[in-house]
Design a protein around this ligand. Structure first.
Ligand code: E4P
Length: 218
């Protein structure tokens, strides 16, 4: 499962990119607004740091508007992916963009049937929103598993991109549930690497080394 950061913050992206495990980025209008920067320049700057897929979302609500924005966004960088919402207009835009060989991430997916429609519209990614389903007392990770299974049964090539991730357990369950990629906030990405036994193990190794230093590495 590929690991994506769900942010438009260049510092966060640069830091995690240095770890060598960052496969892509997702942004959305809320995340971009927080940065208070020119959208196009910001996406181009992100694409310079990360060579994997970088999703940038349209804000038009009608199909023609989404197509105009999507075709423009697709010219910003080689690795940019156009993000459209899972609405009738979004599906229409997705199918037309896909026919032009533009990669599309269909976002705001909350059901297996929605994911099926995104796949039939030629989506490159479909993004089930795990955390927002958990918020309304549903099991978001179960949806990721069901979509992955359905795509397998139906031989659909659209990739499952688990989104709206809030906890490391969401990441683990997405990986075990067959997601192709998982996009998470910076805070969750940082938690993935942490384990108290790694920290205490390191401290013990270094303390022992320091004590025996005169003998083992004089
Ligand atoms: C996905 O691409 C979205 O940007 C994102 O995961 C939304 O997550 P949220 O529910 O934390 O806003």
């Amino acid at each position: 499962m590929h690991l994506f950061l769900d942010t438009a913050n260049l510092d966060e992206i640069a830091e995690i990119a240095n770890w060598g495990v960052l496969d892509g980025i997702t942004t959305n209008p809320s995340l971009v607004s927080k940065e208070k920067k020119d959208f196009k320049k910001l996406v181009k700057d992100i694409c310079k740091i990360v060579s994997g897929p970088v999703s940038a979302e349209v804000v038009a609500e009608d199909m023609e508007g989404m197509l105009t924005e999507g075709r423009d966004i697709a010219t910003w960088a080689e690795n940019v992916v156009v993000k459209v919402p899972l609405t009738p207009a979004g599906l229409g835009a997705c199918s037309k963009l896909a026919k032009d060989n533009i990669k599309v991430n269909v976002t705001l997916c909350f059901s297996v049937n929605q994911a099926l429609m995104a796949a039939r519209a030629g989506a490159y990614f479909v993004s089930p929103f795990v955390g927002r389903l958990d918020d309304i007392n549903e099991d978001g990770c179960a949806l990721v598993e069901q979509i992955a299974e359905m795509f397998h049964i139906q031989s659909l090539e659209t990739r499952v991109l688990a989104a709206s991730i809030r906890t490391p357990m969401h990441v683990q369950r997405s990986a075990l549930g067959g997601a192709d990629a998982c996009t998470m906030p910076y805070s969750v990405f940082k938690m993935l690497v942490k384990h108290p036994l790694t920290d205490s193990g390191m401290a013990k190794f270094l303390a022992d080394w320091k004590q025996a230093k005169e003998v083992v590495a004089p």
